[in-house]
Write a protein that binds this ligand. Structure first.
Ligand SMILES: *Cc1c(COP(=O)(O)O)cnc(C)c1O
Length: 384
């Protein structure tokens, strides 16, 4: 008999860990809507003891999808949360005011905005650094004072690549932990814990769920330590739990994770290569292209593809970029990424004043359609 822990990740995902409902033998789990669970008759004691007690602590629908995410990332434990942002904020809130944190400069803007507004007011000492530059990262560390290094790779929306093994070494040498926003890479392409990271975060809204119909976040820890306990406490006490129905949908979406990510990677590479040849495109930002500054590290750190998202810069500037977007018919003009459908976004106007994103940049979140339809539509839109 094959043991479950010998199985390949795509087998584990496709079968949702091989779960069979013990009562009715259903191959699809039920949704556990209950908020409360019976204790041993007459039982007293705190909520959060053995077994389930109350759904702000835990619920069988969360633990099922958590087990799958934990297995795919190779961690010791996992948590699902209400959104990617609640998975971002929990590890920071599990630190203490006065702690120094070093954070990548160009990354998902919502995190940067939260750090600059709420987190600094709450008392975190936040320092932004070009984490792709290891010397700059090393120079930002304050041994004994820096508690956390936060990076994203590939990083929105320029797709900078951080060398995770080197970043982990730098963080650990200063007594800090490394947390990685791996939303774009997914466990299909990179498993940050294997490179020495301490925590992996996902906006499961994106590739993990994959159908643009669930808002979800996930965290996976390398070890269950006291920081992890505080993170669990933040989810419980802030109530940033995922609904059981969302957890069920996420598990359903994740059954096709591997084929979706592989197809999106293939499509993105084809789109990147076609855009690199287009005369009206001045730059193609995609770590899969040899000319991308992070290509060599990405080729080492990512297995089987470079993710399904890239950016292009339009030679005619902002007006030409916006005009091209208006002519697109197959690509939908919308934010987000990791769904089955391809999306284009003028990122500078989404992020607003103060953004580091050039105004001639279009972010392309590639779906799983036929690559030629995507390329033809972009080509006609750029040609005008
Ligand atoms: C979308 C996203 C987030 C935020 O996640 P939500 O699910 O929207 O809260 C964080 N990081 C990255 C890289 C993202 O793409």
């Amino acid at each position: 008999m094959t043991r479950n822990h010998d199985l390949a990740p795509e087998t584990l995902a496709a079968q949702a860990l091989g779960f069979v409902d013990p009562e009715h033998k259903s191959l699809v789990p039920p949704v556990h809507y209950a908020t409360t669970y019976e204790r041993v008759p007459g039982g007293i004691g705190p909520a959060g003891g053995p077994g389930f007690s109350y759904s702000r602590n835990d619920n069988p629908s969360y633990t099922q999808v958590e087990s799958l995410i934990q297995r795919l990332e190779g961690g010791e434990d996992a948590l699902v949360l209400a959104s990617g942002m609640s998975a971002v904020t929990a590890p920071f809130m599990a630190l203490a005011p006065g702690d120094h944190v070093v954070v990548q400069n160009v990354m998902y803007w919502g995190i940067r905005r939260w750090l600059l507004t709420f987190a600094t007011r709450w008392g975190l000492d936040v320092e932004f650094v070009e984490a792709e530059d290891l010397d700059a990262l090393r120079a930002a560390m304050r041994p004994g004072k820096t508690r956390l290094v936060w990076v994203e790779t590939p990083a929105n929306p320029l797709w900078g690549i951080v060398d995770l093994a080197a970043a982990a070494e730098i963080a650990h040498a200063a007594g800090a932990r490394l947390a990685v926003d791996s939303t774009v890479a997914t466990p299909v392409l990179t498993r940050p814990l294997e490179h020495g990271a301490d925590l992996v975060m996902h906006s499961a809204t994106k590739f993990l769920n994959g159908h643009s119909d669930v808002l979800a976040g996930a965290l996976v820890t390398a070890r269950k330590d006291e920081w992890w306990e505080r993170i669990e406490q933040v989810r419980r006490d802030f109530g940033t739990v995922m609904g059981p129905h969302e957890a069920w949908l996420l598990l359903r979406g994740m059954r096709t994770l591997h084929i979706r990510v592989r197809k999106a990677c293939e499509n993105a590479m084809a789109v990147a290569e076609a855009m690199a040849r287009h005369p009206k495109v001045s730059h193609v930002l995609y770590p899969g292209l040899p000319e991308h500054p992070g290509h060599a590290i990405a080729a080492r750190q990512m297995q089987g593809g470079f993710s399904g998202i890239l950016s292009i810069r339009v030679a005619g500037g902002e007006a030409a970029a916006l005009a091209a977007m208006r002519r697109m018919t197959v690509w939908h003009s919308a934010t987000s990424l990791g769904g089955t459908e391809s999306l284009a976004e003028h990122r500078a106007s989404t992020e607003g004043p103060g953004t580091p994103v050039p105004d001639d940049l279009i972010r392309l979140a590639v779906g799983i359609e036929h690559a030629q339809d995507l390329i033809d539509d972009l080509t006609q839109a750029l040609d005008g």
